[in-house]
Design a protein around this ligand. Structure first.
Ligand code: SF4
Length: 345
C-alpha cells in the first residue's frame, strides 16, 4: 500500500484520514503543529499522541521531508542544498542570509522549459512539476535547521529551478498551505514569486488579491534584445507582459519588482538604462539589478562594477526605484540549477 504523505494533506484531509484510523479531529491539529511549527522529523517525537498511534502512523503515512544529497556553504553564509526526491530526481534549495533574516529560495519544477540565456536550469530541459508537498518540504527542512540553531526563517522566494506559474496547480496549492493558519501560517507578504512573465497566469494570480511580491525577470527593455536573452519573449512580447504586470499592481496594490541581470556588453550600456527608464516610467515598480553568477557552459559574463553603478545612477536620476542586489554565494554557484548540473555531470 502506498503511504500517504502528510504534507500533501490540508487540515480537512488530515482529519478525514485520521477518522479512517478511528482518531478524533483534534489529532490533526496536533500532528500539523508538530510538522509545521515544532520541526518534528519522525512520529516518535510527537509525544502528545497516544503510543499506539505513534506506532501505527509510520505504517500508513510519511512525514514527507527530503534526504539531503549534497550541501555547499559560502563564506557569506549562503548555503545550497540538493534534495533527493522519491522518484530519483533531485532539486536545489538555497538559504540566503539577509540583514533582515534568512530567506529560503525554493524550486518548483525539476528542470525548466524556458531556456533563459543566462541560466543553468534550462540546460537539462524540463522533467516534471513538483508537488506542493515537495515545495513545502524544502521550506520546512530549512526552517527546522534554522530553528534548531536558534535562528528564524523570515521569507520565502520561489526563484529556484523552474517557472512557478508554469506549475500553476502546485504553486497555488503551496501558497494556500503557506497562508493557512493551521499549516505554515506565514503571511504571503513574506513571499516573492519570480516569473519569466506568463501574462495569463500573472492576471490569474492577481485575481486572488494575495499580497505576494511578483518579481518579473525583465533583463531587457526592448523586444529584439529580450527575444535573444529570454525565448519566452517571442511568445509574450513586452507590451503584453507589462499590461499584465500593471493589472497585478492595480489588483494587489503591490509594486512589481523587475529583475535585471547585468550581462557584460549585452544589456548593460547607458543606452539600455535609458530605454529601461522610459519603459518603466510612471509604473508602480522597483528595479533589482543583479550580478550574474557565471555559468561555466554559458557564454555570458557579469558586468563590471562601474557599468552596474552607471546603469543604476541613470535609473535613479529618472526616479525609478532601484537597488543593486548583493552578490551572494558566488563561490558555490548559487544561481539556480548549477549544483544539480554539477551533480548530474
Ligand atoms: S531563469 Fe527560471 S525560467 Fe529561466 S530557465 Fe532558469 S529556471 Fe527556467
Amino acid at each position: 500500500m502506498q503511504k500517504v504523505n502528510l504534507l500533501d494533506l490540508s487540515p480537512a484531509e488530515l482529519r478525514a484520514f485520521l477518522a479512517g484510523l478511528g482518531e478524533p479531529p483534534y489529532r490533526a491539529d496536533q500532528i500539523q503543529d508538530w510538522l509545521y511549527r515544532r520541526g518534528a522529523d519522525s512520529f516518535v517525537q510527537m509525544t502528545n499522541l497516544p503510543q499506539d498511534l505513534r506506532g501505527k502512523l509510520p505504517e500508513v503515512a510519511g512525514i514527507g521531508l527530503l534526504q539531503v544529497l549534497s550541501e555547499q556553504a559560502a563564506q557569506d553564509g549562503t548555503r545550497k542544498l540538493l534534495f533527493a526526491l522519491a522518484d530519483g530526481n533531485s532539486v536545489e534549495t538555497v538559504v540566503l542570509p539577509y540583514e533582515h533574516g534568512f530567506s529560503v529560495c525554493v524550486s518548483t519544477q525539476v528542470g525548466c522549459r524556458w531556456k533563459c540565456g543566462f541560466c543553468a536550469s534550462g540546460l537539462q530541459g524540463f522533467v516534471r512539476n513538483l508537488r506542493p508537498a515537495e515545495i513545502m518540504a524544502q521550506v520546512l527542512q530549512v526552517k527546522n535547521n534554522l530553528q534548531s540553531a536558534g535562528m528564524a526563517l523570515k521569507s520565502i522566494v520561489l526563484m529556484g529551478t523552474g517557472e512557478p506559474l508554469d506549475n500553476w496547480d502546485g504553486t497555488v496549492a503551496f501558497l494556500r498551505a503557506v497562508r493557512d493558519p493551521k499549516l505554515l501560517a506565514v503571511s504571503l507578504r513574506h513571499v516573492t514569486l519570480s516569473t519569466v512573465g506568463l501574462p495569463e497566469r500573472i492576471r490569474a494570480l492577481a485575481d486572488f488579491c494575495w499580497p505576494v511580491t511578483l518579481a518579473v525577470s525583465l533583463h531587457a527593455a526592448e523586444d529584439a534584445l529580450r527575444d535573444r536573452i529570454m525565448p519566452v519573449n517571442r511568445k509574450y512580447p513586452l507590451p503584453v507582459l507589462l499590461a499584465a504586470c500593471d493589472y497585478y499592481a492595480e489588483k494587489t496594490g503591490r509594486r512589481i519588482t523587475y529583475e535585471y541581470i547585468m550581462l557584460d556588453n549585452i544589456n548593460d550600456s547607458q543606452e539600455h538604462a535609458r530605454k529601461l527608464s522610459v519603459l518603466l516610467r510612471g509604473r508602480l515598480c522597483h528595479v533589482n539589478l543583479i550580478a550574474l553568477n557565471t555559468v561555466r557552459v554559458l557564454d555570458c559574463r557579469p558586468s563590471d562594477e562601474a557599468a552596474v553603478r552607471r546603469f543604476a545612477d541613470i535609473l535613479v536620476r529618472e526616479k525609478i526605484n532601484t537597488t543593486v542586489r548583493r552578490r551572494l554565494g558566488s563561490e558555490i554557484a548559487a544561481a539556480c540549477g548549477q549544483l544539480r548540473n554539477t551533480f548530474l555531470a
